[in-house]
Ligand binder design. Sequence first.
Ligand SMILES: Cc1ncc(COP(=O)(O)O)c(C=O)c1O
Length: 428
Amino acid sequence: MGYTGVVTFSYWAHEANIRDLADPLAAFRDRFYRKSGEIYLDGNSLGLLSTNAEACVLRVLNEWKTLGIGGWTDAGKPWYTLSESLSESLAPLVGADTDEVIITGSTTANLHQLLATLYEPGAGREAILMDALSFPSDIFAAQSFLRGRGLDSATHLHRVQSRNGRTVETGDIIAALETGAYCLAVLPSVIYMSGQLLDMARITEAARANGTIIGWDLSHSVGTIPHDLSGIGADFAFWCSYKYLNAGPGAVGGLYLNRRHFDKSVGLAGWWGSHKETQFAMTHNFAPATGAGALQVGTPHLLSLAPLEGALRITHEAGIHAIRAKSLALTAFLRDTLAARFGFDFATPESDDQRGGHLAVIHPDAARISRALRRAQVMPDFRPPDILRLAPVALYTSFGDCVEAMARLSTILETRSYLSDEGSELVP
Ligand SMILES: Cc1ncc(COP(=O)(O)O)c(C=O)c1O
């Protein structure tokens, strides 16, 4: 379908206006640093800075300036227990008790830790189950973990295949689990490329029924989709804080450990996993914290932890259910406008219960269109070979932004100027 003209544009602009006026989250937009004239649709890669996150970084910097080493104990929120206090704030977003969550590490490092702690092979049950569309870093972590155990990932790491190269069928995952061959499974809540949201409850239930420890990579859902990890009975989860949680580039991530695993020995131990009251006894006997906190390794990265405090405050003020409702409305609106105007195909499933926080447009020229959009001050991203990812974020994207992005895209496609672009796309 081609460009359908000004009438369609006016219709969508009018629709957007009505929705923006009725948007209960509209006021949050002004608490984020948005570049004038730019439409930022890359919050699924790096969320924007809020005034709240900024204030928390500045507070910690000032504490360092004025308190020096004293900041560990005398700061407004003592640095020594800042990870634990932020865990209390984050736990409701993933549906867990505070002691089942710890803010620590990065996505990949946390997966290594959880594998090292929870992988317990049994007879005929040594393999790990993942999926063919998993984020590469998760696969690399599992491969190197198996190598360290003297196991070959060619035989011990199985990937549920995708039938269409975009999404994974729940039935295929469940069928794999029902073979009983897996001691552990790691899957994404939302597939980073297509934005497909997996049926976490059904898959977790199947894993548990078949004796498989199951963990979830929540990188593309935490902060935009409510979770109920304890309710569904997940064994573990891990995530980053720089996407929908808006805590900044390289912000400290987090992990969840179901309390039924609190008795497990820590796979990658370090002094920061010690019981807080005895950590400074400095003996060579590791006395772990009770709960997920035991999975910390070394000194927390305070300056990358601080912004999460402010970022979480905004998320709680807005409410995760209101965020999810607006996010779904935004992605549906953007999808409908793009489909009506350009006839695009999407890798993202249409139904709300299978759609994460972004839209994945399939286009053979996705890379060049992505770069042309950036030149037109619309910030999407490209994932090879043919995906243009667009993430309208509930806290700072308006429906009007979606229409404006569509108008700029119209110009790009009409003039076909993107066709002469021979650049390359290496932006993360
Ligand atoms: C789904 C997913 N998993 C893992 C990672 C790797 O995260 P990190 O670099 O924080 O370890 C990313 C990064 O974007 C991701 O999107």
